[in-house]
Design a protein around this ligand. Structure first.
Ligand SMILES: *[C@@H]1O[C@H](CO)[C@@H](O)[C@H](O)[C@H]1NC(C)=O
Ligand SMILES: *[C@@H]1O[C@H](CO)[C@@H](O)[C@H](O)[C@H]1NC(C)=O
Ligand SMILES: *[C@@H]1O[C@H](CO)[C@@H](O)[C@H](O)[C@H]1NC(C)=O
Ligand SMILES: *[C@@H]1O[C@H](CO)[C@@H](O)[C@H](O)[C@H]1NC(C)=O
Length: 356
């Protein structure tokens, strides 16, 4: 059947030309006027693996939109619209008033990073992949030309990395930026985030920050360890939960200073009811949300989010069950009462499996 082969060959030819053409379009669009931003990933990965999530999406957008992509785009737009509507309705709901409002304090302004060049504000919520977003913004602000060029110790050094905090501006400039810039934050399941903070700061402590184990842990243990005969070294998860669920936790928070950013609520970190965020990203759907944020912020052609290792963003209920199996129902309930605002504002399900 030579006809069929010819047809097949022709199809391949057309497909090949389309691929070449779209690659060409992507590349031209990617070389931005004088920013010199290299697409970090492209420098290391072999040809075939270059198609990261962002890349794949771009490919779809660069080619003529099919009914399918249009449907999908509307779908993700809709999800984000619903997230914002939920947030606003919970903010208005009087029964959560104390749990959802925090005021735009200096503490909040310290959490927000600024790109004046691209008119973006990003509120940092630790343990939710924020380092990667900070790297994206550092590159956008022009201090480094690609994500791999940023030394690890510079990412969090805001005197050197060209990523100022909103708190370093005058009140007038703060107001102007809050009113007109694109604003976003990323959240994840509140309890899973606390587990991650506990492991990262009190168990593994990979960046060697000795004050968590040596200064903070003993203070929490002294006040909150139930069984005084328990002398196992180090802070246990149940001690940590008892501290966080204590309505008088603020007393210790004051002693711990800014280190509490790893475990205070999103409400306290980012004031989501006072600041009109444009997009709320969810860690659990970061594969879709990261390119969406870049697109909405108008920077998707300048930079892309680093490759997300498969599986790491997924909510892991068995992990949550495992950690909380050591905590009393009463302490879990108290913890939930404090974090209920975060659950409700961002649409996370009440973890009823923990206190049936
Ligand atoms: C659209 O979304 C569906 C389900 O989320 C997915 O299976 C499909 O591959 C997507 N199509 C395109 C063209 O992205
Ligand atoms: C406020 O929240 C409570 C508890 O979830 C709910 O029962 C109530 O309907 C909400 N009120 C409004 C006005 O949405
Ligand atoms: C909110 O907090 C205030 C002061 O701390 C308190 O008087 C009030 O009862 C609280 N409201 C609710 C609904 O919990
Ligand atoms: C969930 O967490 C548990 C305990 O940390 C781990 O052993 C397991 O591999 C995780 N499951 C997934 C799907 O990541």
């Amino acid at each position: 059947m030579p006809h069929r082969w010819l047809l097949l060959l022709a199809c391949f030819w057309v497909l090949f030309m389309l691929l070449v053409a779209s690659k060409f379009i992507t590349l031209t669009m990617r070389s931005p006027e004088g920013y010199g931003i290299k697409q970090g990933l492209l420098t290391v990965l072999p040809e075939l693996e270059k198609m990261t999530v962002t890349e794949a999406r771009k490919f779809h957008i660069d080619s003529p939109p099919t009914v399918d992509t249009l449907k999908n785009m509307t779908h993700i737009d809709l999800i984000h619209k619903e997230r914002l509507e939920l947030l606003r309705s919970v903010c208005r709901n009087g029964s959560f008033r104390n749990l959802s409002h925090s005021g735009i304090s200096k503490f909040v302004l310290d959490r927000i990073f600024v790109s004046d060049r691209h008119k973006i504000l990003f509120c940092q919520t630790p343990k939710v992949g924020n380092t990667q977003w900070k790297k994206v913004l550092i590159v956008l602000n022009g201090a480094y030309s690609s994500i791999e060029d940023i030394p690890e110790n510079v990412v969090h050094d805001h005197d050197k990395n060209g990523l100022p905090r909103l708190s370093s501006y005058s009140m007038e400039d703060v107001q102007e930026r809050l009113n007109s810039y694109f604003k976003f934050l990323i959240v994840r399941d509140p309890f899973e985030r606390l587990i991650s903070a506990y492991k990262d700061k009190f168990v593994h402590n990979p960046r060697f920050e000795p004050w968590y184990k040596h200064n903070i842990a003993p203070v929490i243990i002294r006040k909150y360890r139930k069984d005084r005969t328990e002398i196992r070294g180090g802070l246990q998860f149940q001690d940590f939960v008892r501290y966080l669920g204590d309505p008088n936790h603020k007393f210790l928070d004051l002693q711990f200073g800014d280190h509490i950013i790893h475990w205070v609520t999103y409400v306290e970190l980012c004031a989501p009811c006072e600041i009109n965020y444009n997009v709320i990203g969810h860690h659990e759907t970061l594969e879709e949300d990261a390119p969406y944020i870049l697109r909405e912020a108008g920077i998707d052609e300048l930079v892309s989010y680093p490759t997300i290792p498969p599986g790491i963003t997924k909510y892991n209920q068995s992990k949550v069950e495992y950690y909380f199996s050591k905590v009393s129902k009463r302490d879990i309930k108290r913890l939930y009462d404090r974090f209920e605002g975060d659950f409700k504002l961002f649409g996370y399900k009440e973890p009823t499996f923990l206190f049936p």
